[in-house]
Design a protein around this ligand. Sequence first.
Ligand code: NAD
Length: 441
Amino acid sequence: MKVIVIGTGYVGLVTGACLAEVGTQVVCVDVNAEKINNLQKGILPIYEPGLEEIVSRNYQNGRLSFSTDLASVIGGATIAFIAVGTPPGEDGSADLQYVLQVAKEIGTNMSDYLVVVTKSTVPVGTAVKVNREIKQAMLDRGALIDYDVASNPEFLKEGAAVQDFLKPDRIVVGVNTDRAKETLEQLYHPFLLNGRPIIFMDIASAEMTKYAANAMLATKISFINDIANLCELVGADVNQVRKGIGSDARIGTSFIYPGIGYGGSCFPKDVKALVKTGKEYGHGLRILEAVEAVNNDQKKVLFNKIYKHFDGLLQGRTFAMWGLSFKPGTDDMREASSLVLINSLLEAGATVQVFDPVAMHEAGKTLKDSVKWCKDMYEAAAGADAVLLVTEWNEFRLPDWPRVKQLLKASVVFDGRNIYDNAYLHKQGFTCYSIGLSQST
Ligand code: NAD
């Protein structure tokens, strides 16, 4: 089976590489010529654990190739995945221009039966628009070729994308013909061998499933952050509360870790887009509006603690920021909480010394020379008034604290991800602030 994946970003490249890994013939297409040239030289546009190895293996064995020219590679394909971006438009709705552009290109260039599958996260009703674009493009050239549209939202997590794709919790597929269903069943068969389910449904429900899933996860995060903030006021410890509630099987332990807000390319934009869809249908999604508002405030929580600790005197101070990416395991900086914090610190006249194991290059595109770039966490700590732990990379979990203490001007740690043992740090002579604990120790 030959498959085309259009859009070679976090989702498209992982999809293409993992499909090739199980024996499918895959061509990844992107309009970004630099990206494609680099991939042909073995240089990946993104950091994702384990991806480089499978891209390189499958490129070398000829199952995976890269192109900027959809027209020249689409012939003989059975499935075309649309995996381009759907960024938020000005009003918060998903911008479908790239998806529809690709649909048009497919209609213009396809020559045999094709299942056109939207993998991008798109609002309900997009498959109808995709269908319309393909049909119109075919009409324009007087062609009449059979095809189906389908929806197959992607649930991979950046930082664990390869594993998630190869061993999915489930695969959700929206179809409206048996032929499309059988084709996708065959494609995904290798991923289902250990009893993992493929859940077929109608297309609108598949489109909705992705938004509902991300909205639920974002809700869990904002919920625990809200509780954490209340814990601080009432004198409770959110870490204990989290364990207490997580042990209830109906609640579960995952995604109830307090922090400094969710970021990334998915939760913020998908929550916004779903709220917008609700409005379009006259149905206010009040819970999700609150989820978004809580998250926006949560991104300021660490700054407020810093401001309070230094009595508002931040001008001329220096801060060591450990971590930049929106979460560990990725170089993705989209909507990262670090950016909000850096902005507030710079506005207050402080200097920020940053280190991230992977995201420095990506972050440099936005931050340029507004911060001091450091070669490791210790260089970042040198001469700083405090350490700010922003992304919980493994290598930040057990620092050489005596060394950090020596390097810092004052022994203060603001732990935005609750990874440090406050009691231990206190014994080492540090003042430590976390999220959701009644007081600093
Ligand atoms: P991305 O920005 O990393 O990649 C998108 C790629 O599409 C870019 O390389 C861009 O050059 C390319 N592109 C744009 N227009 C094109 C065109 N006309 N033809 C060919 N290529 C084109 O985006 P991403 O993070 O991979 O996300 C893609 C979609 O998947 C989004 O809808 C997103 O919401 C969804 N999604 C993302 C994740 C994630 O963790 N990143 C997870 C699940 C779903």
